[in-house]
Design a protein around this ligand. Structure first.
Ligand SMILES: Cc1cc2nc3c(=O)[nH]c(=O)nc-3n(C[C@H](O)[C@H](O)[C@H](O)COP(=O)(O)O)c2cc1C
Length: 403
């Protein structure tokens, strides 16, 4: 893998370049939020409204942004969220994203909905820090079959996504003709033909080498192509799932177990009491509840509720290295995002995903030096200037506190 920058100097550059390379319906599917895009915008605004101040004349020449998560070192407090669509950004994109994460030494979560088999991804990146994400089904046998497969491949950290009792409302997908199951409508055809390079590079290669894109990580009973009609039976109906279903998985998963997609300190506390190993505060990148708070805004009250001995990860909205610093200052153990490495994959496969990670790394390292911080442990809420009321207010500044 080369260290090319592809003319992208920040995550937004990767997004703009991805837009030029993938069909409109596919780009919008990745880019958009639910309904009016309120949560999507607020996820960014929450980060942007926090101002951080420097401390000068600190020797930062030996600084490090390395951290530890579930006993494993990571190059920075960043990980990749599960997304089922890396394979639509580049051929075999899920494996590419995982390889990029291994090269950078950060955790990468493989989505159940990936179109590359988990075993194949493990073969190329299993020496890194790969996590797996599942959705639950009411049928306990199917869920256990799934859990056993993930365990036998070697994954040690499992995330259960719980924010989708019903599907979300994304109207632009319907307008673009890009809803599941995929139907090759005239609108979609026109969009595909407008990106002939993508047709050959991604979809064409997929059909030639593997046939139609397929949910290959599902148990055999549920495997379907993305063009197949939805399986309308009890296995895929998820609006009756409860904590009991999570506990059945807890009883059968010896590794680290987290739930993802919660928006409340109350649910984080229940997760801790039920014996989970952590939570991922997430509004799914603004793709489900459109008026959800930004996970960043939920961090202080969640950390206060669960204490310091429980892992709290957030995703949704991080685009700059300074965002990672802000989230750590508010009590996160790790920050994740999904879209940046997808955009990178669209630009240049594994190398493009690596470029996204490199941007986060370089930016975080730079801002740490600028703030006068030497390690992740040094980051605290005192970096904020005049913070909004959802950030713990600082004590009066005294000479003693300044030391
Ligand atoms: C295109 C796309 C597909 C996604 N697929 C999944 C999925 O299969 N499972 C899941 O738990 N989350 C999924 N997510 C949500 C991400 O895991 C993550 O919560 C979200 O990307 C965070 O927002 P950000 O990338 O804007 O920071 C998906 C997100 C996107 C953008």
């Amino acid at each position: 893998m080369t260290n090319a920058n592809f003319g992208a100097y920040n995550i937004e550059d990767l997004r703009q370049k991805a837009k030029q390379r993938v069909p409109k319906g596919v780009f919008d599917y990745v880019d958009g939020g639910a309904e009016d895009g309120i949560a999507l915008k607020n996820n960014r605004d929450a980060y942007k409204q926090l101002k951080i101040k420097n401390r000068v004349l600190v020797d930062v020449s030996k600084r490090s942004i390395e951290t530890t998560i579930f006993g494993k070192k990571a190059a920075m407090p960043y990980g990749i969220s599960p997304t089922g669509t890396a394979g639509l950004m580049s051929f075999g994109g899920e494996a590419g994203v995982a390889v990029a994460a291994t090269k950078m030494r950060v955790p990468c979560t493989i989505a159940l909905n990936a179109q590359t088999a988990m075993e194949e991804i493990w073969d190329v990146a299993g020496d890194g820090n790969l996590w797996f994400q599942v959705y639950m089904w009411p049928d306990n046998d199917l869920s256990m079959m799934q859990i056993n497969r993930i365990k036998s491949v070697g994954f040690e950290t499992l995330i259960i996504t719980v924010d989708g009792p019903v599907g979300s409302n994304r109207e632009y997908n319907k307008k673009n003709g890009f809803s599941m199951p995929l139907k090759y409508s005239p609108t979609l055809f026109a969009q595909l033909l407008a990106r002939p390079g993508w047709l050959i590079r991604v979809l064409g290669q997929h059909y030639v080498k593997r046939g139609a894109p397929t949910m290959v990580n599902y148990p055999e009973e549920l495997i379907s192509r993305i063009t197949d009609p939805m399986l309308k039976h009890m296995h895929t109906k998820t609006d009756n799932l409860t904590w009991d279903h999570v506990m059945r998985i807890r009883d059968n998963w010896p590794g680290n177990l987290l739930i993802k997609g919660l928006h409340s300190a109350e649910d984080a506390l229940i997760a801790k009491e039920k014996g989970l190993d952590g939570v991922v505060l997430s509004n799914h990148g603004g793709r489900y509840v459109d008026c959800a708070p930004a996970p960043l805004q939920l961090l202080p009250e969640t950390r206060t509720a669960v204490g310091n001995d429980f892992t709290v990860i957030i995703d949704s909205g991080a685009r700059r290295g300074s965002d990672l610093v802000k989230a750590m200052a508010l009590g996160a153990d790790l920050v994740m995002s999904g879209r940046p490495t997808l955009w990178g994959a669209a630009v240049a496969g594994a190398e493009g995903s690596f470029r996204a990670l490199e941007i986060f790394y370089d930016e975080m390292d730079r801002v740490m030096a600028q703030l006068g911080l030497n390690s992740v442990a040094d980051i605290g809420p005192e970096i904020f200037w005049n913070p909004p009321d959802w950030v713990p207010q600082r004590q009066q500044i005294t000479r003693a506190a300044a030391e």
